[in-house]
Design a protein around this ligand. Sequence first.
Ligand code: LM2
Ligand code: CA
Length: 506
Amino acid sequence: MFRRISLLAATALAGTLTLTVPAAQGAPEKRPTPVDEPGVTANLWEWNWKSIGRECSTLAADGYTGVQVAPPQNSLKRTELGSGSDTILHPWWEVYQPVTYDLTSRMGTEDQFKAMVTKCRKAGVKVYVDAVINHMTGQGKTSYGGVDYKPYHYPDYGPKNFHFTTGECPSSDGGIQDFNNKLQVFKCNLVGLEDLRTETDKVQDTLADYLNKLIGYGVSGFRVDAAKHIGQDDLDAIYSRLHKTKDGVKPYWALEVFGGGPGILSPEAFTRSGDVLGLDAAKQMQAAFKSYPDAHIGSIATLEVFGKGSGLTSSKKTMSFVTNHDTDRNPGEYLGHKDGATFILANEWLLASGYGSPQVFSSFEWETRDDSPPAKANGLITDADCTSGKWTCDHRDRGIVAMVKWHNYVGGAKRANFYTDDANVIAFSKDGKGWAAFNNGTDAKQIRVQTGLPKGTYCDVIHDKDPGKGCDGPTVVVNSTGLVTVKVAAKDAVAFTRADRISNLT
Ligand code: LM2
Ligand code: CA
């Protein structure tokens, strides 16, 4: 491989001098295109494979184009409790401690995983996997697949495959003491998890084999766990080893990079290697919609310039969400399912905003941070059941589903007719395609605003009880100049698209 470098010769040589030099070893490959962006995904986090397989036809009917699933590799299975507050034998986080890349997990067997992917793809729903590739375990001795291990000794890896055992982590205790220190962030153990030498061929090959196996089963892309601790160079090297998916494109690659780090450690600096998770975006949404627990009510008027305009990574490089499994458990800084109507409203708004590839988080109810998902005593997760009260099933929420469809209908249409009362009500249209209003206040509010839509009577899809079967929700009248007068209930929305006009009479 050779690259041509042109130098402008300003003095002695007239014109351009062309040198041919070998490309630098390990130079990051440009992210090959095309990569399918995922559209709206549901994050059915820690649903078991059987339940996800069953849900995919519903997801497809509701307009979701993808589903994100929890880490499928064989993981730590705890056999005893630690001390003090450690009272849950099988916390949700066992799955973030890989032991081997066989797919025997709390969510099911390798065959069940394969069957789920096949079923979802048939239904038209792509599967995205949470890939834990920065580290192995930090505790325990056995796994759901029945494989035993010792610290820094696994079937695939030995002490020479870890930064700690080779002495490459520069901190005094092997952990990350300074999250602004590049070497520590890349090469030390994150919360005690044994950090892989992802810069080596051996580790890159082993990880690529794992991810390529998943691609072979029909997986379309990855949420890369702890990507910030792998670093751009190693991520690029692993990605360059990945096959094309069954759709004939390179896999989608969404990197988990918490904000707050300087320079090369910032989310923006990782966009060269893939899309990034919208964690700062989720923080800004929390600040706008609510501070927990009701310390103050934010102002969604601030969201007028959400995105690049508020310092976030660009829409096309971001997987956006209101919450995920970590932030759902961090109510001081992020919204979570426990925020109820505010959480639903924020999801509806995100879907309308057009920022990023939006993802709707839907998982299990919990009381304490470490709670296990509903499971048998042996840790195996039981079937998700939306009527049990144990699973939130927020992806099925009527208003959220309505906005998934609204999002898909308006596509890339430009925002227009932005309105705000400068407090907690906003409304906007998507150029001739749709209109929506959001009230994050605690009182209903009547607004009179421009919709940009033709006159007629429209169905408010947020409250339509039986979508697709006539309109049994409230109707909204748009007058001959496109104006609408409508009352938006507290913590609620009103929305319709051009296709939701049920009559051209006003
Ligand atoms: C992630 N992204 O970078 C995940 O989104 C996050 O959920 C993971 O932490 C983390 N990185 C590692 O993959 C979770 C959980 C931790 C838990 C780890 C490993 O938030 O609490 O750590 O998974 O299972 C647990 C203990 C911790 C202990 C560690 C190692 O809570 O006290 O550290 O195991 O034994 C001594
Ligand atoms: Ca690392």
